[in-house]
Design a protein around this ligand. Structure first.
Ligand code: GLY
Length: 364
């Protein structure tokens, strides 16, 4: 079967020649792109992506294609030890091992690359980009993904910081009253533990981190990237929505780009990012498309243990979107103090905007 063969040198030359043609793929004129339309390039990301959207826009202004700009942007939180949901310093799985997931997609060529349960590599999004560039496959996992990263020269390092190790141990010691572990009374004095409790509260130790970034170039072409250390203290080998094309991210330069952060399993079941893009294809604004998708997520949440007393999903999920005209939007299932998203446009400083939402709790 033609799609099963690997590229010969002759194919490669032909492919390279075709690259210029790919760069010149004609796309329908953006419906809403007028002289008075929103400024592009523009990048939209989760709340932790303020610096990332700024860099992504700078890269697009310098000529980078959107998917490359997105990967450059998310490298900032991936390398930041204080960003405990992504890359270096990400919170580990239940065994204390940091396992990272990431994916990229180019909405013009409709190609994607992804890695899942990747260990010891700080920048999984860059590895996903190499999967897209250098293979005719999409998703590599575990040991295979690590071998691929090694082959492409990515350095290996211990990703578990002292802060993340202490937070993991706190979770382990408090996970059950029926196991061998006892909470250490001195933990509450520890500055790293206090930092975590200030960020995430002390009653619920298992949020998910993650950054999604969707990038729209001046001509409306789109690319996106999602990268994460996943659900805090996840079962070893668990893969969330982030590296799954259609779930954690999706884009089509004829329409728009979208992605999600939060409870991965809720997003997988409703194929969130693809659904947002399809709602935009039907004419919804990015915000309305995110809300309509979250309504579907809520409707697909059917088991009692996933719902509160009013029948609403207990877990939170955020969706982010941009259309090819450069309009942006975001929505969450639950409004919280952290329900904001990051946007940067050419000619403006990055800013945090409030997400739309389905539900708000009476007491914060
Ligand atoms: N959304 C990230 C995860 O569930 O792993």
């Amino acid at each position: 079967m033609p799609e099963e063969r690997t590229l010969t040198r002759r194919d490669l030359i032909a492919t390279t020649a075709k690259a210029a043609a790919v760069a010149a793929i004609a796309l329908p004129a953006a419906k809403a792109a007028t002289a008075a339309g929103p400024a592009r390039p523009v990048a939209v990301a989760s709340r932790n992506g303020l610096a990332a959207v700024k860099l992504a826009v700078e890269r697009m202004l310098a000529g980078a294609v959107p998917v490359n700009a997105a990967v450059a942007g998310v490298a900032i939180p991936e390398g930041d030890p204080d960003e405990v949901g992504v890359g270096y310093g990400g919170l580990p799985n239940e065994d204390g091992v940091v396992q990272l997931d990431a994916a990229v997609m180019d909405g013009t060529t409709m190609r994607a690359g992804a890695v899942a349960a990747l260990e010891r590599i700080k920048h999984p999004a860059a590895v996903a980009l190499e999967v897209m560039r250098h293979t005719n496959r999409i998703l590599l996992v575990g040991e295979g993904a690590l071998k691929f990263a090694r082959a492409h020269g990515f350095p290996e390092e211990n990703l578990l910081t002292e802060r993340s190790r202490k937070i993991w141990l706190l979770w382990k010691e408090n996970a059950s009253g029926k196991d061998d572990w006892l909470p250490d009374p001195k933990e509450v004095e520890d500055p790293d533990i206090r930092w975590f409790i200030e960020q995430y509260g002390d009653s619920y130790f298992r949020p998910a981190g993650t950054i999604h970034l969707s990038a729209c170039a001046a001509d409306g072409r789109l690319g996106c990237c999602t990268t994460t250390s996943g659900l805090f203290f996840k079962v070893s080998g668990r893969v969330g929505d982030s590296p799954l094309v259609g779930c954690g991210l999706y884009c089509d330069s004829e329409v728009g780009s979208a992605g999600g952060t939060g409870h991965g399993e809720s997003n997988i079941i409703s194929v969130g990012a693809h659904t947002v893009v399809e709602f935009m294809r039907q004419g919804k604004s990015p915000e309305a498309a995110c809300l309509a998708t979250l309504e579907r997520v809520a409707g697909n949440t059917r088991l009692a243990y996933l719902k509160d007393e009013a029948g609403r999903p207990k877990n939170n999920l955020y969706l982010y979107a941009v259309n090819r005209a450069g309009e942006v939007g975001s929505a969450a299932i639950w409004a919280t103090a952290r329900s904001q998203y990051a946007v940067c446009r050419a000619g403006s400083e990055p800013q945090l905007l409030d997400c739309a939402y389905l539900y708000k709790r009476e007491k914060a």
